[in-house]
Design a binder for this molecule. Structure first.
Ligand SMILES: NC(=O)c1ccc[n+]([C@@H]2O[C@H](COP(=O)([O-])OP(=O)(O)OC[C@H]3O[C@@H](n4cnc5c(N)ncnc54)[C@H](OP(=O)(O)O)[C@@H]3O)[C@@H](O)[C@H]2O)c1
Length: 310
């Protein structure tokens, strides 16, 4: 066990943040979380104290971060919506970095995305690039992790592909389906985050898994694992978007956005880099075939349940 240090995780009751927090606790650290969702159930009980993110009260945010050695930032929003946006998430994260610096936080492990770019036409990838640049220029010690898709029990994307395969008689792929993804397992990702939290080297790392799939192969792999080998239909992206939009209306969520489709088809979830995770998605989907996609995972319902302002 190492010396008891205080580490802070944004969104420790969310998806990736929960796994990072669990691994920090297992290493004997004191862990706090900054959250927009104080009413979310706390799976760690008394082991993790939750503080409001205070994204509009920088002094309070700084106070909360005093005494913290490493901050793990998972905070982000998946798409632009009436009640939240990438631009706001950029603004809030900038405030978080500034507060961390003022509070004397030594290191930030920041979760980004593969292929961020300041010139990107996509708010998600551009926003992530703005934040990476801000962190690199902050003089704080940093590790920037760039995952593609993070899979695990609470994941949305892989689960909802499985759900669509179970629900629909035919599975559509956008265009030729040849664009690629390199999914990393959430436990592997959390381990990576924690390892890089304890280092001091400034680093930007592509956090990808050991397998590369084309989107079409990914759909086939999931379909075979869950025993629903559906016919695959190539659909023009616009038509696929409309179908996704209709599904979204049906389930009361945003199923997929036009930006997500475009970024996927631009191969932005692929990088030519060595794998950083060990767990193979193809093994994992087999091991979870009985539950994967049995229920739709709703982004908006999660936000609603969290009671967060957005
Ligand atoms: N999941 C993936 O496949 C994937 C792929 C590539 C990159 N990433 C990156 O990995 C990081 C973690 O992703 P995740 O999938 O684990 O996300 P998540 O748990 O859904 O979101 C991370 C945290 O951000 C806060 N948050 C999310 N949506 C919000 C909203 N609309 N308004 C206010 N706060 C919101 C939540 O914290 P509180 O509610 O506690 O504040 C949440 O715990 C993100 O930076 C994401 O960009 C994820």
């Amino acid at each position: 066990m190492c010396i008891k240090e205080t580490h802070a995780v944004t969104g420790a009751f969310g998806y990736t943040g929960k796994y990072i927090a669990a691994q920090l606790l297992a290493r004997g650290h004191r862990v706090i979380t900054l959250t927009n969702s104080l009413h979310k159930p706390n799976p760690f009980g008394e082991h993790i104290q939750a503080f409001p993110f205070n994204r509009d009260r920088p002094e309070r945010l700084t106070e909360t971060l005093r005494g913290v050695r490493v901050l793990y930032n998972t905070y982000w929003v998946r798409f632009n919506h009436r009640t939240f946006s990438h631009a706001q998430a950029v603004e809030h994260t900038m405030r978080l970095f500034q507060a961390a610096k003022k509070a004397g936080v030594e290191r930030i492990v920041h979760v980004s995305i593969t292929n961020p770019s300041l010139d990107s036409p996509y708010d998600y990838f551009r926003g992530k690039a703005i934040l990476e640049k801000a962190l690199q220029e902050s003089n704080l010690s940093y590790a920037i992790l760039r995952p593609t898709v993070i899979f695990g029990k609470e994941d949305i994307l892989i689960n909802n592909i499985a759900w669509a395969i179970r629900t629909l008689p035919v599975m559509g792929v956008f265009g030729d389906g040849s664009y690629r993804l390199q999914p990393i397992y959430v436990e592997d990702f959390a381990e990576l985050a924690v390892i890089h939290g304890s280092s001091t080297e400034n680093i930007i790392l592509n956090a990808i898994g050991p397998e590369t799939f084309t989107y079409k192969e990914l759909v086939r792999t999931i379909a075979a694992a869950i025993g629903k080998p559906r016919p695959i239909m190539h659909v023009p992206p616009r038509l696929g978007y409309v179908a996704g939009w209709l599904i979204g209306k049906w389930v009361g969520d945003v199923f997929i956005t036009w930006e997500e489709i475009r970024a996927l088809m631009d191969d932005l979830l692929f990088v030519d880099a060595p794998p950083a995770g060990r767990t193979r998605l193809s093994d994992w989907v087999h091991a979870h075939a009985d539950v994967l996609g049995n229920h739709y995972a709703s982004e908006l319902a999660r936000r609603k349940r969290s009671g967060a302002p957005g």
